[in-house]
Ligand binder design. Structure first.
Ligand code: NI
Ligand code: MN
Length: 226
């Protein structure tokens, strides 16, 4: 399968039978190389309800009749809006036809600002462990550093981890180095940086400091074969 990075926290996973996108924030994400109106995906996975993660979910889901997996409150909101969303919650895992999803803890917020300006409660934010054909991708979501990342690293053989380094809203580079070393993935990829001035970071310098596995700052649109 191919795992590609598209700026901010946008990750795409292409398998023989499925195209999966995680946190599809495309419009408003100037670093993103994707086009929301032409994107072909059949599965959308969401870590939390913030608009820089739900992103273009409505347009993409409607265009593709896509299946969405999200934390319970967010999924229920999306379902009420007419989308096909499956609710899960932290600690729960489920096998789907495209792979197995397990939601992990994240220390963050989760509300969605709808088009009319109303604020929707999104439940707890999460990270996503996605296992497909024996390969595990850990999208850490937006979070502070927390020690149970070590537990997730010990309990799972993680091939690639997407770790926020932007600071201000999530852990910053120094905390994210601890996170990467605890998660112990074969490849640790920095995300959630440089999208806005307040989260500007040197991703290559960060990647060079990873001691376990390999730290690697993926270019926008770059894909890794797993
Ligand atoms: Ni967020
Ligand atoms: Mn965010």
């Amino acid at each position: 399968m191919k795992v590609s990075y598209h700026g901010h926290s946008v990750v795409k996973v292409e398998t023989d039978n499925h195209n999966i996108i995680i946190d599809p924030f495309i419009n408003g994400n100037e670093s993103c190389d994707l086009n929301a109106s032409t994107l072909k995906v059949d599965v959308i996975l969401l870590t939390h309800a913030h608009n820089d993660h739900v992103g273009d979910t409505f347009e993409i889901a409607k265009n593709n009749d896509a299946f969405i997996v999200a934390p319970n409150e967010l999924a229920n909101y999306l379902s009420a809006q007419g989308l096909n969303a499956h609710p899960m919650h932290i600690g729960g895992s489920k096998q789907f036809d495209f792979g197995t999803v397990k939601l992990t803890q994240a220390f963050h917020g989760s509300s969605y600002e709808a088009e009319d300006g109303s604020i929707i409660y999104g439940g707890m934010p999460a990270g996503i462990l996605l296992t497909i054909n024996g390969k595990t991708i850990y999208h850490v979501g937006d979070t502070a550093l927390f020690t149970d990342l070590k537990m997730y690293g010990e309990m799972n053989d993680i091939d690639i981890a997407f770790i926020p380094i932007g600071d201000n809203f999530t852990m910053g580079p120094e905390d994210a180095i601890h996170a990467a070393n605890w998660i112990n993935a074969s490849i640790s990829v920095p995300v959630h940086y440089n999208t806005f001035p307040v989260i500007e970071q040197d991703a290559k310098a960060w990647a060079n400091q990873i001691k376990t596995g390999k730290g690697y700052a993926m270019n926008i649109g770059e894909a890794i074969d797993l």
